[in-house]
Design a protein around this ligand. Structure first.
Ligand SMILES: [Mn+2]
Length: 326
């Protein structure tokens, strides 16, 4: 898929650009934002990656990490153009969209099948395994140089969103882009060391504790973990580590659908869903509850407490798992 010309033109004409992604940031949104900053600034543009919550420290090894602006109570900075990256719906962007800078256009660049095309300009490519693929194509087609630093940021986007090139979303194009990023100077060994061989002991203890709380249903086809807000806080882990427990659930042999119910500070529950089979479509399931995502990875926010949210969703989880294991 070629890059929409109106998006290339909007970037070409913009002097100040805000890059925004969902909160908390993940490797795709963060890697894309930093790559865009690195590649566009030498062309005379001011580029700022903003977030509402501090960026996960695991990505601090990426050059430019320190430039990420945490909004806090500050007003959303002025800009000509907002690049909304990896955000399936306007709610995912929080204040940046709610308080959009005066006169700024919104370019929505995303790969979630559930994207609602909320931008003034929209480029939704659900065949892209990561927005990192789209940003790579955009920089190439726009004639912006990708140096080793930008290449490393884009490789992080690809690697983290594809489960290290193993998810079904991975295509020949994903790997061709990764190959080019390596040619441009990206360092996969450094990435592996920083992202996957740096697990804190507190995280291991968190996993060990969580294993005991996993609930298997439907003859082992559904794995559920229901956690109150603040779970694992005494272990010094962060929210992202708790969120990542979903990956442990879907790893279990025989499990087709996994669900993590995580209590939120403000009340309510964040529900994360994973599936091992396209027939168990957790994007559709999340969409019925106001969320979205990908066929095999999705989520939504419930106003119910974790245990109540779990009870309310159980029948749908079991039905999805049965559909996915026929
Ligand atoms: Mn993504």
């Amino acid at each position: 898929m070629t890059v929409p010309s109106e998006i290339l033109a909007a970037i070409r004409d913009a002097r100040s650009i805000l890059c925004a992604t969902h909160t908390p940031m993940d490797g795709d949104g963060l890697g894309c934002g930093l790559a865009l900053k690195r590649a566009l600034e030498p062309r005379g543009k001011k580029v700022l990656l903003v977030t509402e919550a501090p960026a996960p420290p695991v990505y601090a090894f990426l050059a430019g990490y320190e430039s990420i602006a945490v909004l806090g109570k500050d007003p959303v900075p002025a800009a000509d153009l907002v690049l909304a990256l990896d955000a399936g719906g306007p709610d995912r962007l929080g204040r940046v969209l709610a308080e959009r800078p005066t006169g700024a256009r919104i370019a929505n660049i995303d790969h979630h099948v559930s994207n609602s095309a909320y931008g003034d300009l929209n480029w939704i490519d659900d065949k892209a395994a990561a927005v990192g693929e789209q940003v790579y194509l955009l920089l190439r087609e726009g004639g912006y140089a990708i140096d080793a630093v930008a290449a490393q940021c884009l490789l992080v986007a690809l690697v983290t969103d594809t489960g290290r090139f193993c998810y079904s979303s991975t295509t020949p194009r994903t790997l061709e882009i990764a190959a080019d990023l390596l040619r441009l100077g990206a360092e996969p060994d450094r990435l592996q060391r920083e992202l996957y061989a740096s697990v804190g002991f507190g995280v291991l203890r968190l996993r060990s504790r969580a294993v005991e709380a996993i609930e298997l249903r439907s003859q082992g086809r559904v794995a559920i973990l229901t956690l109150p807000h603040g779970y694992g806080k005494d272990l010094g882990v962060d929210e992202e580590d708790v969120k990542d427990l979903i990956d442990m659930l879907i790893q279990v042999k025989g499990v087709v659908v996994a669900a993590l119910f995580r209590g939120l500070a403000e009340g309510g529950t964040k529900v994360s869903l994973r599936s091992k089979d396209d027939r168990a479509n957790v994007s559709a399931l999340a969409a019925r509850h106001g969320g979205g995502g990908h066929v095999r990875a999705s989520g939504f926010t419930s106003s119910l407490a974790p245990g109540t949210a779990r009870d309310a969703l159980l029948a749908e989880l079991e039905a999805a798992a049965v559909a996915g294991s026929r």
